[in-house]
Design a protein around this ligand. Sequence first.
Ligand SMILES: Cc1ncc(COP(=O)(O)O)c(C=O)c1O
Length: 399
Amino acid sequence: MPSQQPNSQKQGSHKAESKKQGFSTRAIHAGQEPEPATGAVNVPIYASSTYVQEEIGKHKGYEYSRVSNPTRDRLETNLAALEGGVSSKVFASGMAAINAVASMLKSGDHIIAGHNLYGGTPRLFNQVLANFGLTFTYVNTSDLKTVERAFQKNTRLVFLETPTNPLMELCDLRAICEISHQHSAEVVVDNTFMSPFFQRPIEFGADMVVHSTTKFLNGHSDGLGGVVVCTKPEQAERLAFLQKAAGAIMSPFECWLILRGVKTLAVRMLQHDSNGRKVAEFLSKHRKVEKVFYPGLPDHPQHKLAKRQMSGFGSMISFETGSLSNANKMLRKVRVCSLAESLGGVETLISHPATMTHAALGEEGRRKIGITDGMVRISVGIEDVEDIIADLDQALAAI
Ligand SMILES: Cc1ncc(COP(=O)(O)O)c(C=O)c1O
């Protein structure tokens, strides 16, 4: 296992000076410089829809907050520095960010996507964007040959999650980026599960990275948001245009929540990872649990790739209870863990993919990729791990 602290020397960053700085320093300082007018150490929430102009066309760089806002600018600088992009653009939710990426394409373009993405992504692709002439092929992105075979003349984008949600399958980012670039397609990685602390896809050749900032980046389950991190100025220009034209921007308050959240990203992720490993080990030895999906377990089929590509295993774990009735029996009993959608907060959230995050795939869609009715997903929080384990133990006793 490489060291848990990402190697800051390897990372790109938004500013030349911050290239030399470590991850936590950038998390706390990039874009988060004291406010010049007052010296406030925290970025103010600029709750202003409009900005006064001295004369026609003469202003301080801000005209209207759908177009740009000082709090949003600071967050965009910060998140670009964490992922190693040249720039980033934030949106009202993770789905709005993914929608913005897809809106960079045009009718007739083809997207290759992982077959087990967060359920809302194929819902957007199939039930909204397909109506506008985009076409999609879903493949098992763990299998490079299958990915290679899916390219068409009009393939413009490859959309990946690694690890996937909820099956925790990995794909080889470097290899897929190489294949995709040979076919002149760009690679977009949804890095929500790992956060830039444990995995930075741009270092492996990805062209853009998206996050639901709702999850680990914010970390406190108190705000929705999404980001697209870009590697090329023209991507950022197009996304800025989409912020202005389509308007699905992040509010200044939400930007501030994330600016506050990212300051503790590194320490939170280390604790999530430490707790995640212990909970995965506990579940893997429990007689009521049939299978555990966690890249940190040595029997995970891509454990070696996980060690190479990520600098931690994170805290997302799925496990098999055997049936819908078993899943329901245990989920009714949890007390420290909360039965709820979402992930990445300080509190442990436990969910049932078949009826929650992946309901939109339908029974057949879930069966094809291996999401069963007995599968339970846990986002291990940063409570005392003994309490999380004791809670799961008493809940599993109900099966
Ligand atoms: C991996 C992943 N990507 C994207 C999303 C969508 O994000 P949001 O709920 O912020 O729209 C989610 C939400 O659960 C997710 O888990």
